[in-house]
Each structure stands twice: as C-alpha cells, then as structure tokens.
Write a protein that binds this ligand. Structure first.
Ligand SMILES: NC(=O)c1ccc[n+]([C@@H]2O[C@H](COP(=O)([O-])OP(=O)(O)OC[C@H]3O[C@@H](n4cnc5c(N)ncnc54)[C@H](O)[C@@H]3O)[C@@H](O)[C@H]2O)c1
Ligand SMILES: *C1O[C@H](CO)[C@@H](O)[C@H](O)[C@H]1NC(C)=O
Ligand SMILES: *[C@@H]1O[C@H](CO)[C@@H](O)[C@H](O)[C@H]1NC(C)=O
Ligand SMILES: *[C@@H]1O[C@H](CO)[C@@H](O)[C@H](O)[C@H]1NC(C)=O
Ligand SMILES: *[C@@H]1O[C@H](CO)[C@@H](O)[C@H](O)[C@H]1NC(C)=O
Ligand SMILES: CC(=O)N[C@H]1CO[C@H](CO)[C@@H](O)[C@@H]1O
Length: 329
C-alpha cells in the first residue's frame, strides 16, 4: 500500500539553504521513507534560471519518492493544495546588517504569501517560516491567512535547539542523542533564551540532570547561553554566508517531528502562536518546549521557572512585541 502523495512547497528554492534542504526532503528524511511527494518550488522571476539547474539535479538524483516537481514564480501554482509550506525565501542577513532593515524590506513578502495561503492552500496546511525575522514573518503570514488555524503556523528555532544540544553533548563528551529536553524560549535572535535547567542526559543508561552532569553553573549561565545565542553570527563571520546545511537539517527535524511525532521522553522547541502559557501573552510567535502527536503541537506545561529564567524569557518577549508593532504598521 502506498501512502497518498503529499505536496510540499519550498520558497526561496534556488537559495543556499534549499540547496541542502531539497535533497533531504526528496530522499524521505523529512516525511518518511515511504511517503511519496510532489515538490513545489517557488522563486522570484530573476532566479528561475538557477532554479532550472536545481530541478535538473533533482531529476539526476533519481529520487524514488518524488512524483513530480513544479518550479514556478507564480503564487497560485505554488500554493495550490499544498500540505506543507516551508517559507525560506527572504533576504539573508549579511555581516553588520540590522534586522530592522530586513524587516521593513521583507514584511511585504510574507503578507503576499500569507494571502496566497489563504486563497489557494488546504486549510490543514502546516506552515514553517524560516526566512528572517522568522517569528515576525510568521506572524505576518498568519495574519493574512485568517481561515487557516493559528495552530498550523510555526517558525524555526530548531536550529538553536540543536545547537544547544550539541554544545552540551560536546562539553560532556556524550552522544548528542543522549541530551534531552533542552528548551529555546522566545525569539530566533540573540535574545533567545537557551534553557537547560529542565534537561537531562543519559550516561551509561542512567538519567542525570544537565545541571548536575555539567556541574559548572558559571558556564551554563554564561558562555553556554552566549555561544548558542551568537552562533548564527559566528557562522556568518567565518563563512561570510549564513548557516545553510545546519538550517536545512533543523527544518527537516522540525517538520518530521511535527508530522510524525516527537519521540517518547523528549520535547523539542518550536516557535508558535503564544496561548498565554508561562505568562507569555497571546499575540506573538514565541518559542516554547513542545511535544507533537498526530500533527498536533502541545506546549509542555508545569515547568518551574526560576527568577533567572523568568528575566531572560521576558527580555525576548519584549523584543518580539516591539517588532510586532513595527511590522504591522
Ligand atoms: N530561522 C533560522 O534558524 C534561520 C537559519 C538560517 C537562515 N535563516 C534565514 O533563511 C533565509 C534564507 O537563507 P538562505 O541562506 O537560503 O538565503 P539565500 O539568499 O541563499 O536564498 C534565499 C532565496 O529566496 C529567494 N526569494 C527572495 N524573495 C522571494 C520570494 N518573495 N519568493 C520566493 N523566493 C524568494 C531568493 O531569490 C533566494 O534565492 C534568510 O532569511 C536567513 O536569514 C533562518
Ligand atoms: C527578534 O529580535 C530582534 C531584535 O533584535 C528583531 O529585530 C528580530 O527581527 C527578531 N528575530 C526574529 C527572527 O524574529
Ligand atoms: C492543522 O493541520 C492538520 C493537518 O495537517 C489538521 O489535521 C488540523 O486539524 C489542523 N489544526 C487545526 C487546529 O485545525
Ligand atoms: C549515538 O546514538 C545513536 C542513537 O542512540 C546510536 O545509533 C549511535 O550509534 C550512537 N553513536 C555513538 C558514536 O555512540
Ligand atoms: C522530557 O520531556 C518529555 C515530553 O514532555 C517528558 O515526557 C519527560 O518526562 C521529560 N523528561 C524529564 C526527565 O523531565
Ligand atoms: C518584497 C521585498 O520587499 N523584498 C525585499 C527583501 O529584502 C531584500 C534585501 O534588501 C530586497 O532586495 C527585496 O526586494
């Protein structure tokens, strides 16, 4: 029995993240190795030649799960009947560029694409916004697609989540898959709060809190947090281009867990419309610890928040609210 085909739209498909991403999706890493897909690839008209090259490479890779590829710069063609929408297309942040500049220039992209979601897509479409400023772009797209449930919009903080896990694993010399329940709170920016206070590691089959295993509070409250917060900038400084292959991997992880479920005993971080949990008022797209089952995202409840965490969670919330004002004006 083959599963019904799923339609996946990727925007910014000729860009550098998508150059890593499309192959991962086409091979089945994102939606399952038994899930046939139709790829919709959206680009701006000037990038259509480059996109043609990408399409040739998809053909040449001979992916058994790819039933069809639609490469287009037309919103109707791109957004019609899609099941998953991955919005990567935007202007990447360059060395020294302020996010404010990006915001003004690119809010209009997400307004137009939100309207296209509203008009052409299935109401059950799952939307992931990656293009920066991701949280606020997601809010804009959601605003212009009012008939799609808010629960089906999200922005990417999984890259930050993965970075936090990797830093802890490296510090402890353990497998990254033995690090669990770290949280990214807030905005995908340098004010995000990577929080390991509820996390645990499995060492020789035994669970231990990360705080206890690391046993270095100064590092956990200092260099660890700032390394994760500033990792994106560090990659840009080194590569002169923003993170691409790690962003692609994070996108695949995010959508995989959203559609197919988070593993038992584990939560992940997703930026989603706040429902008031943890005192973060509604109205912003904020990253929370979540579990997913049958396509439904649930915020992990009841975590104790100490003063150190509370303060950091509020800083990032305040910033998102300011940005929301700016964006919606
Ligand atoms: N949330 C995260 O964790 C995270 C991580 C890394 C990068 N990013 C962001 O992802 C975005 C893409 O990064 P990249 O390195 O692939 O950039 P890139 O410049 O290589 O590619 C972006 C592509 O988007 C296309 N594009 C622009 N406007 C478009 C539109 N209206 N419709 C369709 N396509 C459009 C461009 O033509 C370009 O090919 C950037 O905004 C970057 O800051 C986010
Ligand atoms: C979050 O915070 C910054 C403020 O420095 C804002 O400008 C930025 O665009 C936001 N980031 C995202 C990804 O939304
Ligand atoms: C979100 O989308 C899924 C399918 O992708 C759908 O089953 C679900 O009903 C949607 N969520 C809500 C709250 O409607
Ligand atoms: C890391 O963990 C994964 C999953 O448990 C396992 O498959 C892999 O072999 C481990 N790798 C190492 C180097 O221990
Ligand atoms: C980790 O998160 C999962 C999902 O919320 C939860 O079931 C589990 O109890 C958590 N583990 C620990 C040790 O807190
Ligand atoms: C639609 C839109 O305004 N896009 C802009 C996004 O930002 C880049 C970089 O400044 C501009 O080139 C785009 O025109």
């Amino acid at each position: 029995m083959t599963k019904p085909t799923m339609k996946v739209l990727v925007t910014g498909a000729a860009g550098q993240i998508c150059y890593s991403l499309i192959g991962m999706i086409a091979s089945g890493q994102m939606l399952g190795f038994d899930q046939p897909i139709i790829l919709h690839l959206l680009e701006v008209p000037v990038a259509m030649d480059a996109l043609k090259g990408v399409c040739m490479e998809i053909t040449d890779s001979a992916y058994p799960l790819v039933k069809k590829v639609v490469a287009t710069s037309d919103y109707q063609e791109a957004f019609t009947d899609i099941d998953v929408c991955i919005m990567v297309g935007a202007m990447p942040r360059k060395d020294g560029m302020e996010r404010k500049d990006l915001l003004e220039k690119n809010a209009s992209i997400f307004k137009g694409q939100g309207e296209a979601l509203e008009k052409y897509s299935k109401k059950s479409v799952k939307v992931l916004v990656v293009g920066n400023p991701a949280n606020t772009n997601c809010l804009i797209a959601k605003t212009y697609a009012p008939s799609i449930p808010a629960e089906n919009f999200s922005a990417l903080t999984r890259l930050d989540h993965n970075r936090a896990k990797a830093q802890v694993a490296d510090r402890l010399g353990v497998n990254v898959s033995d690090v669990h329940n770290v949280t990214i709170w807030g905005n995908h920016s340098s004010t995000q709060y990577p929080d390991v206070s509820h996390g645990y590691v499995t060492i020789n089959g035994e669970k231990k809190s990360i705080t206890e295993a690391v046993n270095d509070d100064a590092w956990l409250k200092g260099d660890f947090i700032s390394t994760v917060q500033k990792r994106g900038a560090a990659v840009i400084a080194a590569r002169k281009l923003s993170s691409a292959t790690s962003a692609a991997k994070a996108i695949v992880d995010h959508v995989h867990d959203w559609v197919l479920g988070t593993p038992e005993g584990e939560w992940v971080s997703m930026a989603i419309p706040s429902d008031g949990s943890y005192g973060i008022p509604e109205g912003v797209i904020y990253s929370f610890p979540v579990t997913c089952k049958d396509g439904v995202v649930t915020i992990v409840q009841g975590l104790k928040i100490d003063d150190f965490s509370r303060n950091k969670m509020e800083v990032t919330d305040k910033e998102l609210r300011e940005e929301k004002q700016l964006a919606l004006n």
